[in-house]
Structure formats: structure tokens, C-alpha cells
Write a protein that binds this ligand. Structure first.
Ligand SMILES: Cc1cc2nc3c(=O)[nH]c(=O)nc-3n(C[C@H](O)[C@H](O)[C@H](O)COP(=O)(O)O)c2cc1C
Length: 369
């Protein structure tokens, strides 16, 4: 049904216009307590077998909405009511900014992919903080993803992130330092350990200083060389971060300028996850994002060591019930494998795992739900 609506209607409209319309619809939903609660009851993950805990936060299901959709923290409750186990809002910058000129969002329908060069268009940290204070009608885990304001020079990047963190860390279930978006000049250079160490140290001080100690994660690019992935992982361990989100969009493609997401990103995103898991084991929470389209992908990421999985482009093509549907299929699959909790799946095929993978749990098996 959604496929028909998408091919016959939605894809005929400008991608960003459809995006804003969807955000507005979900923001409206977020403001309607009864509808929101009814939808949440029908679509959110409620099966205890799907519950996961990570860095002291309880998630009703492992699949969440990746950063970039709800840039201004306008509709987290609406997204949660549609079945996401958490919603990562942002990227939010300390100061509001318009982003890059339009057009800046492109669908590649045949490839089940999207290219974007949005450039952190958002209303800024103070505005997002006001909205986040109002969230709490239905239970929703909200991660807050922060980035650098475009006009701030690299030499003042840490202070800019700290300003955003001060405003938003007290309101976040977890905080993410985004140093991996390709659309802010110089941002990804901050992934170099020499620049990343002082930046993360400064933001961690803010996150540690909130009343509940806000967990801190860093989000990395798929285009890092393998040894740089290892270096960031080692740094995250050294600084006592809570986790790593891998990956952001890739610039390794030949289309419109911008970051590519969706199906073409799947293989590299999984590769980075496996590398991270081999490096850090279960000492950090790994959040896998990039090219997740269905329950098979979620299962594969869990097996490879992700505690949480996120998607954005898969939802664009999968439709509004995408996350709810995947959580339901995941429930069934957990039971079919004779397991009682999704936590028993995490890291089963990772090197050094104590549990040998059972039948049908091999990496890459596509067995349906
Ligand atoms: C339109 C669009 C905007 C995005 N904006 C952000 C952003 O502001 N911050 C961020 O960390 N990631 C952003 N992302 C990246 C996603 O969070 C995710 O890492 C990436 O798209 C890979 O996941 P996917 O293949 O499921 O889309 C954006 C992605 C898309 C498609």
C-alpha cells in the first residue's frame, strides 16, 4: 500500500517538501495526547523480549530513528508512537542556521538510497531545549545529537560543542557528538584523534556534570580508514565514553554532492560495526546505522555486536509502519530461535563470543520473519 502511495504520489513531489510535511504531521500527532497514546499502544514495541538496556537507559526495542529526520526536536513523541524504540534528534548546533541552499535532498529510488547536503539546518540549541522540555506525553527515549555551527572556526569548535551540550545534555537520555557529517566544511577533520580528544574531553565534562550524568557517544563516518576507526575506538575507551554510533553517510559515490545513505551504505556500515566490535568487545555500546532496510538487517547488526540499531532511509522507502513492523518480526524471530530476549542475540557471531550461533543465526541468512 505504502509502495503504491510512494511511487504514485510522494516521489512526484520535492523530497524536502515531503520531509517537512511528514515532520509537521508527526509534530501535530505529538500534540494530540489521545491519538498519540492510541497509536503508541498499537504500534510501539511492548514485548518484554525486545527490551534492551544500554548505558543505564532502558529501550523498549532495539530499533530507533537515526539523526537528521527530527532536526529540531519537533516530533520525537510522534515518531515513538509509530514504533521506534528511541529517537535521536538533531543534529542541533549551538546557534541556529539555515543550512545549505536548496535543492539539498535527493532520492535515488532504484538504489533505495538518498543523497543529502542539508548542512545542519536547525533553529539552534535554545529552541530545541524549549521543545525537549515539553516532551513527555508518551514514553520516548530521546538521544540528542550535537554538531558544530558552520560559521564557527575549527579552532573554536570545542567551545561551540560545549555551548550546545550545556543547553541540551540535561534534557537528553544520551548525547551524541557528531563529527562525521560531510556537509559542514572541516567537520570530519575533527575525527582525527589529536582534535577529537580535547573536543570529547570538554563535552564529557558537561555530560558528566548533569544531575543524572548523561551518557556520551560519538558518531563516526564510514569513510574513515580502518586504522582510524580503531583509533577512535581506542580513544572512546580511554576517555570513558559510553558508545559509538557507526555510521553517518558516505561521500564515496558519484552522484550529487552530499552524503549517501540507504542500501549502498549497508556493506560498509556492517564492516565498520564488525571492526569496532573486534576492537572493543562489549566494553562500549555500539549503535549500528546505515542501510538497514528490514528485520534481516537488524538481526545481522545485533549478531555482529550492535546493542541498538538505527534507520532513516529504510523508513523513507518502507513507510510509516516500518519500525513497528520490524519490531514485531523481531519478536517472532527471537522466539523461533528458542530465545527469550533480544539481548541474547547481541554479539553472537562476533569474534570471541562465548555463544556459538545456532541454526539460522549465521551472518547473512535471509530467512524472513
Ligand atoms: C536527509 C538526511 C539528513 C541527515 N542528517 C543527519 C544529521 O543532521 N546528523 C547526523 O548525525 N546524521 C544525519 N544523517 C545520517 C543518518 O543519521 C544516518 O547515519 C545515515 O543516513 C545512514 O543511515 P540510513 O542508511 O538508515 O539512512 C542524515 C541522513 C539523511 C538521509
Amino acid at each position: 500500500m505504502y509502495r503504491l502511495v510512494f511511487t504514485q504520489v510522494l516521489r512526484r513531489f520535492d523530497a524536502e517538501a515531503v520531509h517537512h510535511l511528514t515532520v509537521r504531521a508527526l509534530a501535530l500527532l505529538s500534540a494530540l495526547p489521545l491519538v498519540k497514546r492510541l497509536l503508541h499502544r498499537a504500534l510501539a514495541p511492548h514485548d518484554p523480549a525486545l527490551r534492551v538496556s544500554a548505558f543505564g537507559v532502558h529501550f523498549p526495542g532495539p530499533l530507533g530513528l537515526a539523526a537528521g529526520f527530527d532536526k529540531d526536536a519537533a516530533c520525537a513523541e510522534g515518531a515513538a508512537a509509530l514504533g521506534f524504540g528511541h529517537v535521536e534528534v538533531g543534529t542541533i548546533t549551538a546557534h541556529g542556521q539555515p543550512g545549505n541552499p536548496r535543492p539539498r535532498l535527493f532520492r535515488l529510488v532504484r538504489e533505495r538510497a538518498v543523497v543529502n547536503r542539508m548542512g545542519f539546518n536547525n533553529a539552534g540549541a535554545a529552541s530545541a531545549a524549549r521543545r525537549l522540555r515539553r516532551v513527555r506525553g508518551v514514553p520516548v527515549v530521546v538521544g540528542v545529537n550535537i554538531g558544530k555551527t558552520k560559521v564557527v572556526p575549527e579552532s573554536e569548535a570545542a567551545a561551540d560543542y560545549v555551548a550546545g551540550a550545556k543547553e541540551l545534555a540535561p534534557l537528553a537520555d544520551y548525547l551524541v557528538v557528531n563529527v562525521s557529517s560531510p556537509n559542514t566544511p572541516g567537520l570530519r577533520d575533527l575525527q582525527a584523534v589529536s582534535l577529537l580528544r580535547p573536543l570529547l574531553t570538554a563535552v564529557k565534562e558537561v555530560a558528566d556534570g548533569t544531575p543524572r550524568r548523561t551518557p556520551l557517544l560519538v558518531k563516526i563516518a564510514p569513510d574513515l580508514a580502518d586504522e582510524d576507526v580503531d583509533a577512535v575506538a581506542d580513544l572512546a575507551l580511554e576517555l570513558g565514553l559510553d558508545g559509538i554510533i557507526a555510521t553517518n553517510t558516505t561521500i564515496r559515490h558519484s552522484g550529487e554532492t552530499g552524503g549517501l545513505s540507504g542500501r549502498p551504505l549497508k556493506a560498509r556500515s556492517l564492516e565498520v560495526l564488525r571492526r569496532l566490535r573486534a576492537r572493543v568487545g562489549d566494553r562500549l555500546t555500539l549503535v549500528s546505522v546505515g542501510g538497514v532496510e528490514d528485520v534481516d538487517d537488524v538481526w545481522e547488526r545485533l549478531l555482529a555486536g550492535a546493542t541498538l540499531v538505527q534507520g532513516y532511509t529504510g523508513w523513507v522507502y518502507g513507510g510509516p509502519l516500518w519500525a513497528s513492523h520490524i519490531h514485531r518480526q523481531l519478536s517472532r524471530r527471537i522466539r523461533r530461535h528458542g530465545l527469550t530476549s533480544v539481548t541474547e542475540v547481541i554479539g553472537r557471531t562476533a569474534p570471541g563470543s562465548a555463544t556459538a550461533p545456532g541454526p539460522g543465526t549465521r551472518t547473512g541468512t535471509r530467512t524472513g520473519s
